[in-house]
Design a protein. Sequence first.
Length: 454
Amino acid sequence: MEPYRIKVVEPLALTTPQQRQEALRRVSYNLFDLRADEVTIDLLSDSGTGALSAAQLAAGMAGDESYAGSRSFYRFHETVSDLTGYAHILPVHQGRAAERVLFSSLLSPGSTVLSNTHFDTTRANVELAGCTARDLPCPQAADLDSDQPFKGDIDLDALRDALETATPGSPVAAVVMTVTNNGGGGQPVSMENLRRTAELCRLHRVPLILDAARFAENAWLVTRREPGYQDRTPRQVAEEAFRLADGCVMSAKKDGIVHIGGFIGLNDTELAQKCERLLIATEGFSTYGGLAGRDLDMLAQGLTEVTEPGYLAERADIAAHLAQRIRAVGVDIVEPAGLHALYLNAGRLLPHVPPHRYPGHALACRLYLDGGIRSAELGSLYLGEEDEDGNPVKSAPYELVRLALPRRVYTRSHYDHVARTLEHIAKNADSVHGYRVVDQSPILRHFSIKLAPA
Ligand code: F0G
């Protein structure tokens, strides 16, 4: 059961099918453009959407809003250095700010960054620094149905090869390990894989950076799935993982369980000083980095709550409950189920909708129309490309829909509503139709795209 009881409640927005039909038409079938009060169950993201604990709110009340050197900063600093062990900690307002500050300071144009899978803002910030972002997911990641335990791993052979064949003219400037691997179906990275990656990085003198947004969920899955870690606490695993890397970027909106916040951790003093100069110019002084004192305090408290075994066990359990119900109604998901999201295999559910009629988007729209549920397409709308006449140029490897699970927000009966809605859709899958693009922007098109039923 949930290891908490509910003290503050917020009404759900209940709507009629006709209201949802009208809302979807009004936003040209782009779910990002819905107003939140038109959505009943919002599974668009697990980022910044968690519920604060009473202890976090209390910590926020004790926040010190001094411009420099606030008590909140020192409490935050002590918590993050105990957890990560890094010599230098810089607060930032969210994960992509950490990426921008670190990559602008670390990367020179023309170099390459390697990763198990870059999250989309991570890739964008590598590219904005004039560099190439290369994903090297392990081969097992390509089989969505297999229940191998660590499909988030990096491909060590490909990594070794890329490090050995790099030249002074086109060097590898960093390796980024994303834990858990959000772009790769939320799958975890094993400690064995992280350790061997760290060894290769040391050998080639390339810094290893952890994208630690979901470090606690990764640590939990390590204690459940990796031989030799069964007797360790998630906190111990997390401490070890941070210490295998040379630094981290962190979006605390996930495993900090806060609405806003993040940090950079580094051991390299010179690099940290360079980051600090940029931080002061663009985010805020180095003892607040764009956050309020209360944010720093709530983040510090969230970081201690997130590795509690009772909290993580429940989070895994509720995800497993939803996964089980979804499988039971005949909808396939990316296996094995992780913690922060379930990824529905829309391509398989809707074989009559071709990739460039966007089966994932078609399923996401139907989830909204039938159940008021908001989700995110991860398929050919997100990753694909067409020419000016709308003919397919590039398709995504899979047509998925992500159901992200906010932390401590929805109960099993909310998720049962999601499963019932999916059951109804699966029974009437033939009636789900595709969409065509009406208007789009040249980059990150999914945020602002306009569509119409095909
Ligand atoms: N890294 C990972 C692995 C992420 O999942 C995200 C954000 C970021 C970095 C960027 O952090 O949003 O604080 O700037 N992921 C959210 C999501 C948006 O829905 O998966 P941010």
